[in-house]
Design a protein around this ligand. Sequence first.
Ligand code: MN
Length: 298
Amino acid sequence: MSCDCQIADEVIAMCRRAAAANCACGTRRGNIVELDEEHADELMIVADLHGNRLNFDKLLAIADLDNHPRRHLLMQEVCHGGPEYPGEDGGCMSHLMLEDCARLKTEYPERFHFLLSNHELAELGDFPISKSRRMLNLLFRAGINEMYGCQGEAVRDAYLAFLSTCPLALRTTSGVFVSHSLPDCCDREPFDVGVLKRPLSCADYRRDSPAFKLVWGRDFRAANAEAFARQVGAEILIHGHEPCEVGYSAPNSRQVILDGCCSHAAYVILPVGPKLSQQDVVERIRGLHTPLPQLSRT
Ligand SMILES: [Mn+2]
């Protein structure tokens, strides 16, 4: 067996352990992680990273999970973007960040949570996403094959096995609901919350499934956020999915959006116990590289 195959075998085994850890997580209820004061003091929330290694490393150092045993860390959307392998068809290196997230799940099975986002769901369902006229799924696959050669397909299968077990959301008992985004038009057609209570199947990877709507939606109207919050039993909604020029935004009185990959990347560390207002959340948002400009109140 060549050296490459050995590395691939190790990655495949690690992804299987990560998938098992997702399923066995003590705070997991269906497709939600339910956090209360018994299990956590603090929750650090990180949004879209898209292969941004600099930000990923810096955020992990800030999370410092080893020295904060009561802190949980949530990450999302690492696939597609960032550096590429050399050569014309070298492909995207962001699969390595997905491996890092799977590894974190094995190292901190109760305290690290990786949420499904639209880019990860697109890998699960082979749903084509392009950016600047390049097919991101193909670049992702090329990167895996560049790294693992003949074992590329087996490694990709292991990634998908991990992704298929990832939660869609995290909710605290104090009413903070974290998901990648929110569906459109929940004020006209209520979100099918049943998807939060059962394991995902292949049908959930397709366009128009509740999971698909949850991770792809971009309806930031106040009436939509209000309806969605009511439907999922939340006071405050925290999402990624939307680039934010200053690292975060608050498009209405329920939502806070974080951006983890822009030059003004932001994150937030919240206490898990107390009830928080939107202003309490916004005040706790920190810039990863630079202090954040204040947003004007919405
Ligand atoms: Mn997204």
